[in-house]
Design a protein. Structure first.
Length: 185
């Protein structure tokens, strides 16, 4: 197999934002030539799929400014520091966005949603042993939790009703993990 690695020769920070940092790097290509690569540094995130004892889940409705529309999504949030685990972030974000506390969070994988221009990694966790409480939104968050059967959420992910990629991926990953767990009994 050929070595396809590109090596950074220089890097210029174009934007130092609150969430994102944008860079333009000059890279050495595998054949020795050089090229420019623009990319976004993202702290990473966790997508949580809560599963209630009755087989329901909770998605959240929220407006997403870049897309200019409201989406139905799995609860999710970003890492606030390097020493947080996906489970720590998942517990915090689930409580903030839905008011739900989870006895257990199980990490079931991770994926890169935008490999062409970002290093963002989204971890996926299943939340179980759920207790409903009060949401803890920040003053600039407007979110509406929506409870529905998990099987319906998965069907919506597969039939195109849901269009947020992290939600589609997280629901399908969790569905697969739960199917495998049932097959082993």
């Amino acid at each position: 197999m050929a070595d396809l690695t590109e090596t950074s020769l220089s890097s210029e920070e174009l934007l130092n934002g609150k969430l994102l940092h944008v860079y333009r790097d000059e890279v050495r290509l595998p054949d020795g030539r050089s090229a420019a690569r623009e990319w976004i540094d993202h702290p990473g995130a966790v997508a949580i799929v809560p599963i209630f004892e009755d087989g329901a889940t909770v998605l959240v409705r929220q407006f997403r400014f870049p897309a200019g529309r409201t989406f139905l999504e799995v609860p999710a949030g970003k890492f606030d520091s390097d020493n947080e685990s996906p489970e720590d972030v998942g517990r915090r974000e689930l409580k903030e966005e839905t008011g739900i506390r989870a006895d257990t969070l199980t990490h079931v994988g991770a994926f890169y949603p935008c490999i062409g221009y970002s290093n963002e990694v989204i971890h996926v966790c299943i939340a179980r042993g759920l207790t409903q409480g009060d949401m803890e939104l920040t003053d600039d968050e407007f979110i509406e939790p929506v409870r529905l059967p998990f099987t319906e959420a998965v069907a919506r992910a597969r039939n195109g009703t849901l269009s947020d990629m992290k939600t589609i991926t997280a629901l399908n990953r969790v569905h697969y993990v739960l199917e495998q767990a049932d097959a082993n009994f």
